[in-house]
Write a protein that binds this ligand. Structure first.
Ligand code: OGA
Ligand code: NI
Length: 367
């Protein structure tokens, strides 16, 4: 078996240590055979179906931040970041410095991969005991409803953790695009980490030191169009286990929705911007001050959609728990217990995502 190594080395059988997902058919492939098909396994229970219009906050927009100001140390923009993380857990960033061509190449490369015949994609299929590669995530029982989504998940940083067994290196432009895009996102993430560190009472390099290094994983999503978007979900409600997530999405299609004050709010794409959200790890580190928000994606009848979620992650061995600077026994008592990140990830992934219910694993009884 071919395994290329860039620097350092990786055991070919080294897995992520987060558990596995049951194999399910490719929804893209099902639709290649019958574009109108909506198999039972994908039809959501009534209560979970999208487009319950009375529950949709149509007029609200999530905050938009100017990344170039954050990078300059602008105090006003940092205050906006603080508010966005407290009140929304989601924001979009403009002027992030990642060239449009890099964004474009990334989307094109992912699109080209999913266009390949199934047999070709299967060469990069997830192993039975792991989550890296082409397949689906969070499938833990044969009964559960499935998401209208195929994906490929890859660890992109540190580079010595790249396992090229799962990289479709023969797909045109794939490796180069991921190389460039993931490298650019390390810089963006580092700046957001620095700002969050300061806001949480640490030095600028506080979060980075805590995580040891900037670990990065990428989930590349393919959502086919659907003849009955009222019955299915592209991705079911969940929160991300990451520290932060940076999402590159289609510039035209509105599909991502976040739970805000009890209603679903659309995240309307701003061309060439990135969507950023706080993950469970920062929620825990910030002792609940910053919110890891439930989100989902819906589908549409007209066009497939590609999105690329870049998860910034602590190391598996990292203990995560509220920072001392975020705990105040009188006004803000400790809300979470400490847990090793790998243990958290394993427990989260072992259950079907039901919104944010999985964060109960680390919640202390006092809340
Ligand atoms: C994810 C995710 C949303 C989207 O991959 O974790 O929430 O819009 N994706 O694709
Ligand atoms: Ni997500």
């Amino acid at each position: 078996m071919e395994l290329r190594v860039e620097s350092g080395g990786i055991q070919e059988d080294e897995n992520l240590g987060w558990g596995a997902s049951l194999p399910v058919p490719s929804i893209q492939e099902i639709l290649r055979n019958d574009s109108q098909s909506v198999p039972d396994r994908y039809i959501q229970e009534h209560k979970d179906r999208p487009q319950v219009s009375e529950n949709l906050h149509a007029s609200l927009d999530i905050p938009v931040l100017d990344f170039s100001l954050l990078a300059k140390g602008d105090e006003d923009e940092r205050r906006k970041l603080d508010l966005a993380c407290k009140e929304w857990g989601f924001f979009q960033i403009t002027n992030h410095g990642v060239a449009k061509e890099v964004l474009h190449k990334m989307k094109t490369a992912v699109a080209a991969f999913f266009e390949l015949p199934l047999q070709e994609k299967k060469k990069y299929a997830m192993a039975a005991n792991d989550l890296q590669g082409y397949g689906q995530a969070y499938v833990v029982s044969e009964e559960q409803k499935l998401d209208w989504n195929d994906l490929i998940f890859l660890i992109t940083f540190p580079t010595e953790k790249r396992n090229f067994k799962f990289w479709p290196v023969t797909s045109p432009g794939f490796k180069e695009a991921v190389d460039q895009y993931s490298t650019e996102l390390q810089k963006v993430a580092a700046e957001i980490y620095a700002n969050l560190s300061v806001l949480m009472g640490l030095d600028r390099d506080g979060l980075l030191k805590l995580h040891g290094e900037l670990k990065q994983g990428m989930r590349m999503n393919y959502y086919p169009s659907c003849s009955r978007p009222d019955l299915v979900l592209g991705v079911s409600p969940h929160s991300d286990g990451s520290a932060i997530t940076l999402l590159l999405q289609d510039d035209e299609i509105t599909a991502l929705q976040i739970k805000h004050e009890g209603s679903w709010v659309d995240v309307k794409p701003i061309p060439h911007s990135l969507v950023v959200n706080i993950g469970d790890t920062i929620e825990i580190l910030s002792n609940g001050v910053y919110k890891s928000i439930e989100h989902r994606a819906i589908t549409n009848e007209k066009k497939e959609r590609i999105s690329i979620a870049t998860f910034m992650l602590p190391d598996n061995e990292q203990e995560i728990g509220p920072l001392e600077s975020m705990v105040d026994e009188l006004h803000r008592p400790r809300m979470y217990r400490k847990i090793k990140f790998a243990d958290y990830a394993r427990q989260v992934l072992a259950r079907r995502m039901e919104g944010k219910a999985h964060t109960d694993i680390v919640k202390l009884d006092n809340n």
